[in-house]
Design a protein around this ligand. Sequence first.
Ligand code: 4AD
Ligand code: MG
Length: 468
Amino acid sequence: MSIKRTLVKEAHGAAAPVDDIWLQGWVRTRRDAKTFSFVELNDGSCLKGMQVIVNSSLPGYADLMRRAATGSAISARGRLVASQGAGQKWEVIATEFAVIGEAGADYPLQKKGCSLEFLREIAHLRPRTNLFGAVFRIRSRLAYAIHQFFQERGFHYVHTPIITASDCEGAGEMFGVSTLDPAKPPRNPDGSVDYSKDFFGRKTSLTVSGQLEGETFACALSNIYTFGPTFRAENSNTSRHAAEFWMVEPEAAFLELEGDMQLAEDFVKHLVRDACEHCAEDLEFLGKFVDKGLRERLEFVMERPFQRCSYTQAVEILASSGHAWEHPVAWGDNLQSEHERFLAEEHFKCPVTVHDYPRALKPFYMKVNAPDAAGRETVRAMDVLVPGIGEIIGGSQREERLDVLLENMARQGLKEADYRWYADLRRHGTVPHAGFGLGFERLLMFVTGVGNIRDVIPYARTPGNAAF
Ligand code: 4AD
Ligand code: MG
């Protein structure tokens, strides 16, 4: 008789006993009693495994149990019955049991409580731990929730290119893409590399952001979002920076800064709420073993409005805080991580959106405000800062006036010819528009309580590290 495999998650959800059920997965633990063994089968469909009871009367019992060591792939068919033991509703009494693939004696996940650093060295096996199973199920669910949030609000998903000739953030922190021989590239008379001979006939890189291309679609489809990998060659070896990370970037025509900040707040709340609703078991685990205050923090975020404060107010708060800063702040300086965290964690004790930053600190595409009473120039930028992490979202209203945009480009040394298509949006039917970028891994750190970006992305790319 043919029978379909059941996932452990479905089996745990059974309303009544099942006469014949078939599970496949990996052995997490095994305990041998006199006349039977308990085998915990985990298939990654949920945090919990299924306890399988293998009686010693089963043919080949001794050999099977010798081979069904921790880490081995197994198949168990039998009866799903109410469990006698505490801690689970159901268990399986095996009528058939097979070892599909044995784990070697050197299987590294024998004991619980391996350090996160050690697990990074075996990143190909760490998804088999409770912690990484939980994190990556949440990652998957939230990727879905991102699409759901925007699709339900009439935003269209645009696949912006990964290879680009423009530097959106203007920070010059890009990974080049080239097929030229690095040992002997063609050269211009002045000795510089002649990229006109390169694959694309020009200098190209991996994108730092899909925003510029996203804007072109927002100025046609009104509301769009991108969600994909982005790359930054910044040499920041911190727990919050990765060289390859995923960014979600909505962009909306006829939207101004105010609406953009509201969209960002609604979006973050939607994702937190979705995780609490759909990943409760995994979050409970993370709340126990990773971050005791997790659930409380997430509830807090869902319930309260985010605080808002201008950059100028933020600088005043920081300067009058009496705090001994490693980097003292004056108007015009970048806010450092210590400042961002102080604002969210100690001053507001809540997510806070800081807006209207100094013009000189920000990229060319941001909308310029009229100078303030003191003659200081700001742009319609906004960053969402959250406790424990700092910035998770950066966005702005875009400069829709051609003359101001061109002036910004000139100030930042950008060649008009390189951004002609972008400036064209301001020549043909220009509109106020705005958007933002959410760092998906930063959001995941916030939702899971995991403290290092390397542990919320399957294979981290950071300075000096691209293993796997
Ligand atoms: O603030 P950023 O640089 O903004 C942009 O790229 C805009 N073009 C977005 C837009 O308006 N469409 O980056 C956005 C977010 C940051 O707030 C942060 O969460 C994340 O991307 N981020 C990183 N995450 C991990 N590692 C890095 N190196 C990151 N750099 C930025
Ligand atoms: Mg930023």
